[in-house]
Design a protein around this ligand. Structure first.
Ligand SMILES: Nc1nc(=O)c2c([nH]1)NC[C@@H]1CN(c3ccc(C(=O)N[C@@H](CCC(=O)O)C(=O)O)cc3)CN21
Ligand SMILES: O=c1ccn([C@H]2C[C@H](O)[C@@H](COP(=O)(O)O)O2)c(=O)[nH]1
Length: 277
């Protein structure tokens, strides 16, 4: 995971101090790209132990079209707790936009189902996109995330907001545009999540693994994560683990937690950090 450490080093060296919505303060660069060859191993950060369980449950929760944290909490995943209403609602966030985007005549559009269908039917298409960025449901910036969710708006505007697939030589690649990237906490989750999603879609479409291309907009290190970043940069990465996916699953909506097995994950100890809310 040299790519991730290079990003961290780049932002530590070239990041500009910038205030932010949470009041924490960040060091930030605008525009950065990483590439991961999915055939070469599973890109899970090894310079701190990452909680893959949270990542897999979160991805399955997006794919269910769910926007209530109850499902996550039942699985012991608490990463979305700070933004939800007392009832657990986050408003029309990722799951809603991916699976039931609302059209102008009240119809809903299942972007994931259509994506998979199109990859199978027309792999050369240049229109293999999914957008979670829906201006009609963006939050009112004067209100708290939970207040927006209670008003039927998104608790937070999507960070991983647009992704595109590409098929060449029988291999499936995916590029994500992430408008805002918390390098220490969010990015290891985002890399693993979209890499896994790409591998799952490749499997159900009968394609080999290509690349995950991760394009970042505002890529930032929070000022209270600098020491943790330093600690990680002093560590030597281990070889990437492998991800084994149950080959029987042929439908993108039929994956379960037990269908994934991470093999050979060697990582340095976990490093704690406070999430900026
Ligand atoms: N500031 C901020 N950073 C984010 O990465 C982020 C948000 N806000 N808001 C919405 C979601 C929630 N995500 C999160 C939230 C918390 C962790 C986190 O605390 N991770 C810890 C614990 C992992 C666990 O409990 O499984 C970590 O060490 O990785 C990670 C991603 C990603 N997003
Ligand atoms: O998947 C995610 C979700 C969120 N983040 C980070 C990026 C920012 O630090 C915050 C969101 O704050 P905004 O003011 O809305 O940009 O969450 C992430 O890295 N990955």
């Amino acid at each position: 995971m040299k790519q991730y450490l290079d990003l961290m080093r780049h932002v530590k060296e070239h990041g500009v101090y910038k205030a932010d919505r949470t009041g924490t303060g960040t060091y930030s660069v605008f525009g950065y790209q990483m590439r991961f060859d999915l055939a070469a191993g599973f890109p899970l950060v090894t310079t701190k132990k990452c909680h893959l369980k949270s990542i897999i449950h979160e991805l399955l929760w997006f794919l269910r079209g769910d926007t209530n944290i109850k499902y996550l909490q039942e699985k012991g995943v608490s990463i979305w707790d700070e933004w939800a209403t007392a009832e657990g609602e986050l408003g029309p966030v990722y799951g809603k936009q991916w699976r039931s985007w609302e059209g102008s005549h009240g119809e809903t559009i299942d972007q994931i189902a259509e994506l998979v269908e199109t990859i199978k039917r027309d792999p050369d298409s240049r229109r293999l996109l999914v957008s979670a960025w829906n201006p009609a449901v963006l939050p009112d910036t004067g209100l708290k995330p939970s207040e927006n969710a209670a008003n039927g708006k998104q608790a937070l505007p999507p960070c991983h907001c647009l992704f595109q697939f590409y098929v060449a030589n029988g291999k499936l690649s995916c590029q994500l545009y992430q408008r805002s990237a918390d390098i220490f906490l969010g990015v290891p989750f985002n890399i693993a999540s979209y890499s896994l999603l790409t591998m799952m879609i490749a499997q159900v479409c009968g394609l080999e693994y290509g690349e995950f291309v991760h394009t970042l907009g505002d890529a930032h290190l929070y000022s209270n994560h600098l020491q943790q970043a330093e600690e990680q940069l002093a560590r030597e990465p281990f070889p990437s683990p492998k991800m084994k996916i149950n080959p029987q699953v042929a439908d993108i909506f039929s994956f379960n937690y037990d269908d994934f097995e991470l093999i050979g994950y060697q990582a340095h100890p976990h490093i704690k950090a406070v999430v900026a809310v």
